[in-house]
Write a protein that binds this ligand. Structure first.
Ligand code: MGD
Ligand code: MGD
Ligand code: SF4
Ligand code: MO
Length: 859
């Protein structure tokens, strides 16, 4: 009998509750938890398909020193000896941790305590630096504490929702469904401020295609407009805010940076709807002016009194499942712990609480500076946990050099062979989602339990336990002698008493006395209440602060006339170490695409589906071109996900520069000067195979999971010897002179299809889906395979739109033409969009195109 365990999704900061029924040794049936207040039973495509990622393929199951298995004692003894020697010779600031919002709060707490209280350096930073740091800095400036003043309930109660730099439908899909529900229930208006016309923007009442980094100008202009319309909340400003001298009068009616009619429409919506939530994400944070963007948004809310009440507030939404938990415990190099800073008294209190022998003196290095310090040898011992900086840091070529130079690189990961782990001296196997157990905090400050479903595989261990074992070897056993994860959580919760003593609102002291059993049964709860600033801000005097912010000048470099934006795909997660294993999720986008406006494509000679090289001052990378009028002219977009594991090109982070926001240290991933040129291969091919194939160096290859094997896309300049690439077996070949195509099918001794490959110099390659589908079929016929299509023509589903039910674009179009006029009706007809709902914006778009034929013809 399967047992249902309530846990939390592995992926984004929405923090959805899951009911997991363990059905076998490593198999699980996933459903949304109807009782969890973050999602009330809903899940998106990634959460729904978590079950496809819990196998042990590619896992790191034993500690490794170099390429050799090592015991835990050996590996941790070596790590401790190396750290001791490094500190003895170069001092505590020559060692560092680089951690992650994908750790649990207990892991994070132990890592932070170890570094800041015992090793004696604040050189612990996190990938949240790449993600939330600007929002944190904006909160600190405005509120005196890193506080998100909203919860998801505010989305249900808002009359207007502004999304700033957030592709919510793809990146926070269950929040998106909540927004959709509010629109249906109360007619909530939706504005999307994003340079790209994303699927989110397509669904909005108004899309403001702001110029890259044009947000400060836009929000300043909106604030000036509200003042001119007499809509400032003067009582709130006078009683609850500190306003810089001359701030309100000084707001000239500045150029909003968008067309007049668009600005007027936006201003009318904002003026008409005091119940307004502004949800902001990476289009705001990942910028050289990210902190100013955050404060420009918060200024508007403070000045109009749209905060601290139902349906109103500036709402920074977190990315990773535990980005918020990391901020709480203090996992950023510029906070000490539990929202405490480095002032004399706060430091002394933390030192006393921890009984710490070596409390750090002041802030440590932020991520970009940290890797610079590794590169130039100031940091000689680096321990990376639960993040893949060789892929995800800006100027990743430089970061790889830094990692390769580092005297001691320890990597704790769940996967054996990530682009970062490959450079490690010592690799430590951590528990993955489904095995680890502890707490995470989501975007709305809600703490939920993640629970173990499976026993630890191999020798993998919990990150917090690995760290405690290491601390023991360093001679600090007493302070890290936790009996279990509940004990770690209790200590963290108890430590928030210091935050309270110093006037902060982070308060989990009620949870400090939970028994182990109570911790195990802990129900999701929110700290700080629905509106934590309602009784005042955390600045001395309790007033929130407006901050004067000004648009940053934009540098123009004729060598790099275009502007490169980067971001996410709906069904992939970051560096693809887990979602890349799911055949279902891999259907949505199989290759990294360069999205480019038709005018730029025409000027640069780029063909849709061809290859193009993007170059910036940091490096270059190759992508498949997708021409799209959803891009602004002059702007390029590429996904952040692809790694050297998954493609020969497509690595976005060769391109962004090391430039960061001066306050937050967050890199500007979304606006890098760039240029682009077409790349014409001599031949193109695709290959499906049961197992991975070893490829020679090629101009281009990428691979994606399909059911029963892999789909490879290839392109090259020199002739490819397929005999060296394809698996051994019965080889059948057809050469189609008319179309300049070679078609090869390889079968095993038992007749099973091992591989099929189609290569052309000039022609069109056949459709991939049917051929790829034959790997999982027992009836693949050789003649059909050589033709790359079934003898009896089948209806072509078209590109898959709904991954849950396998419904293609053609089927949706057909249903629309047969009279299904709404997304719901399409669902009734085809099932599309009825499970996780992540594809609903795509269905809406197809529907609109099918019902307005002129538009389709134009596309
Ligand atoms: N499917 C999926 N979901 C995820 C993740 C994932 O990897 N995959 N990762 C999670 C994580 S860690 C995070 S941080 C979140 C990120 O979630 P989002 O922030 O929604 O995702 P991004 O695609 O990085 O960027 C959002 C949008 O910002 C826009 N943008 C770029 N420049 C500007 C600008 O100057 N101004 C404005 N207003 N907008 C701009 C981009 O065009 C893009 O559409 O997603 C989380 N959810
Ligand atoms: N160009 C560009 N770059 C970006 C962004 C962008 O928008 N554009 N976004 C940035 C943002 S917001 C983020 S959050 C980062 C994300 O970037 P990363 O954090 O580098 O991405 P992940 O692929 O999530 O890496 C997580 C790693 O931890 C491992 N792991 C998973 N769970 C555990 C665990 O429990 N314990 C341990 N020890 N390991 C585990 C996984 O196998 C994986 O190798 O990327 C940033 N980089
Ligand atoms: S929205 Fe999707 S990815 Fe995010 S927590 Fe919920 S199910 Fe997981
Ligand atoms: Mo993130």
């Amino acid at each position: 009998m399967a047992r249902a365990i309530r846990t939390t999704c592995a992926y984004c900061g929405v923090g959805c509750g899951i009911r997991a029924e363990v059905t076998g040794e490593r198999t699980v049936r996933i459903a949304g938890d109807p009782e969890h207040p973050a999602n009330f039973g809903k899940l998106c495509s990634k959460g729904t398909h978590l079950g496809e990622t819990v196998g042990l393929e590619g896992r790191l199951l034993h500690p490794m020193i170099g390429k050799a298995h090592a015991g835990w004692d050996e590996a941790l003894d070596l790590a401790a000896a190396r750290m001791r020697a490094t500190i003895a010779e170069h001092g505590p600031d020559s060692v560092a941790f680089y951690v992650s919002g994908q750790l649990l709060t207990e892991d994070y707490y132990v890592a932070n305590k170890l570094m800041k209280g015992f090793i004696g350096s604040a050189n612990i930073d996190t990938n949240s630096r790449l993600c939330m740091a600007s929002a944190v800095a904006a909160h600190n400036r405005a509120f005196g504490e890193d506080l998100v003043p909203c919860t998801y309930d505010d989305l249900d109660e808002a009359d207007l929702i502004l999304l700033v730099g957030s592709n919510t439908a793809w990146c926070h899909p269950v929040v998106w469904q909540r927004i959709e529900a509010a629109r249906a229930a109360r007619g909530t208006k939706l504005v999307v401020i994003d340079p790209r016309r994303t699927e989110t923007a397509e669904q909005a009442d108004l899309h403001v295609a702001v110029a890259p980094d044009g947000d400060v100008a836009l929000f300043n202009a909106l604030l000036a407009e509200m003042r001119d319309r007499g809509l400032l909340d003067t009582a709130f400003l006078a009683n609850r805010c500190e306003v810089p001298e001359g701030f309100v009068d000084g707001l000239a009616a500045r150029d909003p940076g968008v067309p007049h009619a668009t600005f007027a429409a936006l201003a009318d919506l904002v003026a008409a709807h005091p119940r307004m939530v502004t949800l902001f994400s990476q289009g705001a944070n990942q910028s050289r002016s990210g902190t100013d963007k955050g404060n420009a948004i918060i200024n508007l809310h403070l000045a109009t009194g749209r905060i601290n009440r139902a349906g109103a507030g500036p709402f920074s939404i977190t990315g990773q499942p535990n980005a918020m938990g990391g901020r709480e415990v203090g996992g950023l190099a510029n906070t000490l712990a539990c929202h405490l800073g480095f002032s004399g008294e706060e430091r002394a209190d933390a030192a006393m609480f921890w009984n710490a022998p070596n409390i750090c003196a002041g802030p440590g290095l932020k991520a970009v500076d940290l890797f610079r310090a590794v590169h130039d040898g100031r940091v000689k011992f680096l321990w990376v946990m639960a993040t893949n900086p060789a892929v995800s840091m800006p100027d990743a070529g430089f970061v790889r050099e830094a990692l390769a130079r580092c005297e001691t690189l320890v990597v704790s990961d769940v996967m054996a062979d990530t682009d970062t782990a490959r450079l490690a001296h010592i690799r430590l196997p951590a528990l993955a989602w489904g095995e680890k157990d502890g707490t995470v905090t989501n975007s709305e400050r809600r703490v939920s339990r993640q629970r173990a479903l499976f026993p630890a595989p191999g020798e993998a261990r919990a990150d917090w336990a690995i760290l405690c074992d290491f601390a023991r070897r360093m001679g600090w056993g007493r302070a890290f002698d936790f009996a279990g994860n509940a004990a770690v959580f209790r200590e963290y919760a108890a430590m928030t008493a210091l935050a309270v003593r110093h006037g902060r609102k982070l308060d989990l002291t009620d949870q400090a006395s939970l028994s182990d059993a109570e911790f195990d049964a802990l129900e999701p709860f929110i700290w700080g209440g629905a509106h934590p600033l309602a009784k005042g801000a955390s600045h001395a005097g309790g007033k929130a602060r407006l901050i004067a912010v000004h648009p940053a000048p934009i540098a123009h470099d004729p060598a790099y006339p275009l502007r490169l934006n980067t971001g996410r795909y709906r069904d992939q997660w970051h560096t693809m170490t887990r979602t890349g294993l799911s055949p279902t999720l891999s259907q949505h986008r199989r290759e990294p695409l360069l999205e480019v406006h038709p005018a730029d494509a025409a000027r640069e000679g780029l063909a849709d589906g061809g290859l193009a090289r993007v170059t910036t001052a940091a490096g270059e990378s190759l992508f498949r071109v997708a021409i799209s009028d959803g891009q602004r002219p002059g702007d390029l977009f590429v996904p952040m996900h692809w790694t050297d594991e998954m493609a020969s090109g497509g690595r976005a982070n060769r391109l962004p520069l090391q430039e960061t926001d001066p306050l937050s240290g967050q890199p500007g991933f979304k606006d890098t000067p760039a240029r682009v040129e077409a790349v014409a291969p001599q031949w193109r091919a695709f290959l499906v195979s049961r197992t991975e194939v070893a490829l020679p160096p090629l101009l281009w290859w990428s691979r994606a999971r399909v059911a029963g094997g892999w789909l490879h896309e290839l392109a090259g300049e020199e002739a490819l010897d397929l005999a060296l690439v394809l698996p051994e077996g019965d080889w059948l070949e057809a050469v189609d002179m008319a179309r300049g195509m070679r078609r090869i099918v390889v079968r095993g001794a038992d007749g099973a299809l091992l591989a099929a490959c189609y290569l052309t110099r000039t022609g069109e390659l056949p459709a991939r889906d049917w051929v790829a589908g034959q790997l999982a079929s027992t009836a693949a016929d050789t003649r059909e395979l050589l033709a790359a299509r079934p003898a009896k023509p089948q209806a072509d589903r078209g590109p898959i739109v709904c991954v849950c039910h396998g419904v293609g674009a053609n089927q949706i179009r057909e249903a629309a033409l047969c009279g299904a006029a709404t997304v719901e009706a399409i669902g009734t007809e085809t099932c599309a969009g009825t499970n996780c709902g992540s594809c609903r914006p795509a269905i809406a778009r197809l529907l609109e195109a099918a019902l307005t034929p002129e538009k389709e013809a134009a596309e």
